[in-house]
Design a protein around this ligand. Structure first.
Ligand code: ADP
Ligand code: ASP
Ligand code: MG
Length: 405
């Protein structure tokens, strides 16, 4: 008898019929004698609808109230799901994040899980119930409701699997696994059977939204085997597991893109110690995460500094930077929201030289200008004009032979 955590995303529970189909599927595991814990997202489109509603009330919605609103989407699906299971003649119980006691910090709308109480869930499981937990939400020590950031239900599922010492965590979604690139923009994308935690971590951080990045880091830390698979078919999906020798054979295992960042350039800054700290401290204090940073030296004692921030934080970041730039005597601040970061990822990159050159050649051949570059041990990212996203992803995917590995 195994303990299995199964998470179903928004498209999998988009309407009553789909919720019933998911309940049937979970009950198969239950009937086979497994203890089943189900994590659900809100119905597809609901979370976006709440964001729109909130923006009609307040220009920048109050984060605490935003979380009270956002958490309602998952409350709807878990209750309906439990009803469906009961209608099928089995016992189920739906639980919100604060009922389970999924403790988080106080960072509303992007909270981190700090601890999970497994007691209540275990008690219900011992009574033979299917336990249905609301994804994406938790509670602070003061009893305030929090949410974990978009896509956060994956993180709830993997964190629960770790806390409950589950045998496996299934992530059910609208694609049948992790692909070499987003199958929705590249028809030659191919499903991979196995991928290492480390590669998945990079893919997720660089834009492959099939798994939320925090879910992957928890899976890696607690060695939770994650199976990403389709809700709508029975086919085997992708196992996210520890790295092995076979994975190093190919230099590149995936291509990602992220259109969710914006670029800011501060020009003609004085090239003296302390300037970067002066510029970035107020940005960090506002909770804005800076990603790529590039500094170029100009003639004389001047330098240009370019960096990226998440698109939703662009306007706020611009305001802060403009103020600091004026205080420290920089010449000007410019920026663009029309950028895209395309990246190639692979553990095999460590022992295959020349991968970066091939990437630059491919982009050059397509006439795509590279605005920024960053590399790590197992990834290379280039910032380009957003309008070339699809072209860049498809050309890189084909150039590295990912369609037929
Ligand atoms: P869910 O609502 O089930 O959480 P998401 O929309 O968050 O589903 O994630 C699934 C989507 O991730 C797919 O429909 C696909 O468009 C996208 N995606 C991006 N990159 C990849 C990739 N490398 N492999 C699979 N899917 C990807
Ligand atoms: N409903 C939330 C979202 O749309 C969480 C999730 O689905 O993972 O982001
Ligand atoms: Mg998701």
């Amino acid at each position: 008898m195994a303990l299995i955590v199964q998470k179903f995303g928004g498209t999998s529970v988009a309407n009553p019929d789909k919720i019933k189909a998911v309940a049937e599927r979970v009950l198969k595991g239950h009937r086979a004698g497994n203890r089943m814990v189900v994590v659900l997202s809100a119905m597809a489109g609901e979370t976006n609808r709440f964001v729109d509603l909130a923006q009609q009330m307040q220009n920048i919605p109050d984060p605490r109230e935003m979380d009270v609103l956002l958490a309602t989407g998952e409350q709807v699906t878990i209750s309906l799901f439990a009803m469906a299971v009961k209608e099928m003649g089995f016992e189920a119980v739906s639980l919100l994040g604060d009922q389970v006691r999924i403790h988080t910090d106080k960072m509303h709308t992007r909270a981190r899980i700090t601890a999970i109480d497994s007691e209540l869930i275990n008690r219900h499981l011992e009574q033979g119930k299917v336990v249905v937990v609301a994804g994406f939400q938790g509670v602070t020590e003061d009893g305030d409701i929090t949410t974990l950031g978009r896509g956060g239900s994956d993180t709830t599922a993997v964190a629960l699997a770790a806390a409950l010492k589950a045998d496996q965590c299934d992530i059910f979604t609208d694609v049948d696994g992790v692909y070499t690139t987003d199958p929705n923009i590249c028809t030659s994308a191919r499903k991979v059977d196995r991928i290492s935690y480390e590669e998945m971590l990079e893919l997720a951080s660089l834009g492959a939204k099939v798994l939320d990045i925090r879910s992957v880091s928890i899976a890696k830390r607690y060695k939770v085997p994650v199976h990403v698979r389709s809700t709508f078919t029975e086919t085997e999906g992708t196992w996210v597991v520890e790295e092995d020798k076979a994975m190093e054979a190919n230099p590149v295992s995936g291509v990602t893109y992220n259109r969710n960042e914006a670029r800011i350039t501060v020009s003609k800054l004085s090239d003296t110690p302390g300037i970067a700290s002066r510029l970035f401290t107020p940005v960090a204090k506002e909770g804005i995460v800076v990603d790529m940073i590039i500094q170029n030296t100009r003639d004389g004692n001047l330098t240009d500094l370019t960096f990226t921030v998440p698109k939703p934080d662009y306007k706020r970041a611009m305001k802060i930077i403009e103020k600091t730039a004026a205080e420290i005597g920089a010449e000007g601040v410019t920026g663009s929201e029309n950028i895209c970061k395309v990246s190639i990822v692979g553990v095999g990159m460590r022992n295959h030289p020349g991968i970066a050159t091939t990437m630059f050649d491919v982009l050059a051949r397509e006439g795509i200008n590279i605005e920024m570059i960053s590399t790590s041990e197992i990834k290379i990212s280039c910032v380009i004009d957003e309008k070339y996203t699809e072209l860049a992803v498809r050309s890189l995917h084909d150039a590295f032979g990912l369609q037929n590995q």
